[in-house]
Design a protein around this ligand. Structure first.
Ligand code: HEM
Length: 213
């Protein structure tokens, strides 16, 4: 992939703390199939359906946390709410079934609930992974969506929620990360939850991949 952009401050801590996990995530089987355009429409829809369950837990948690912690309100805004876009993806993908959570998805949802009760600021680490992933997802979208032959602009809500503004929004997000007034302990808690988020997403991907073979 392209050389990574420069990082500083809290953002650098998050990036360094998750670099190794990112390398593993990039090499995941499901991600590999997405980039090669060999993931079927149903497999992709099954992935998006699990992401719907994750976002249906995460977004209200962050919305409620922003009312009690101004730092969460500083970084989390409507740009990060993508449940409606994910639902549209499922329509575009003609997904009709119920959505049964995979064990790894249930774990992710539980994790969000645990953190909202015990340490809400650490959810910034989860948000960092969701937002950072739009970098790679935009690239995946260019490979996968044409291969699915769905028509122009379809099923891009999860992979490419920001469209042409992705770079600008990602740069602004990184700046805001570095402006947050967090203690050392709070930064460490965010790095830890970012690491856990990578693991949980990779576990969802592995469970989906295992179900497909
Ligand atoms: C084929 C799979 C993937 C590819 C090709 C890919 C590629 C990339 C690229 C090119 C960047 C931008 C680096 C920069 O501008 O500095 C990036 C950043 C990032 N990606 Fe991925 N990615 C993939 C999978 C994932 C997955 C599965 C996750 C999360 C579970 C993820 C999370 C992130 C995060 C958090 C960042 C921000 C890193 C930073 O702080 O600079 N990526 N990815």
């Amino acid at each position: 992939m392209a050389a990574p952009s420069k990082a500083t401050g809290f953002h650098l801590k998050l990036r360094e703390g998750t670099q190794q996990l990112h390398d593993q995530a990039e090499a995941g089987n499901l991600q590999d199939k997405m980039v090669n355009g060999t993931l079927s429409k149903d497999e992709f829809a099954a992935f998006i359906a699990q992401m719907k369950l994750v976002h249906a837990a995460l977004e209200p948690a962050l919305t409620s946390a922003s009312t009690s912690d101004a730092r969460i309100a500083q970084i989390f805004d409507e740009d990060h709410v993508r449940i409606n876009k994910i639902e549209q993806d499922l329509v575009d993908l003609e997904w009709e079934g119920d959505i049964t959570p995979l064990p790894a998805t249930e774990r992710f949802v539980e994790y969000v609930h645990e953190k909202i009760d015990s340490n809400p600021i650490s959810l910034v680490g989860v948000l960092y992974v969701e937002e950072g992933a739009t970098n790679g997802n935009k690239y995946i979208a260019k490979k996968l969506i044409p291969a699915l032959d769905l028509g122009e602009g379809k099923a891009l809500g999860f992979l490419d929620p920001h469209g042409d503004e992705q770079r600008t929004k990602w740069n602004r997000f990184k700046e805001t990360l570095n402006e947050l007034e967090l203690s050392e302990e709070e930064e460490a808690a965010c790095v830890e939850s970012a690491q856990e988020t990578f693991r949980m997403i990779m576990n969802i991907s592995s469970e989906l991949n295992a179900a497909a073979v």
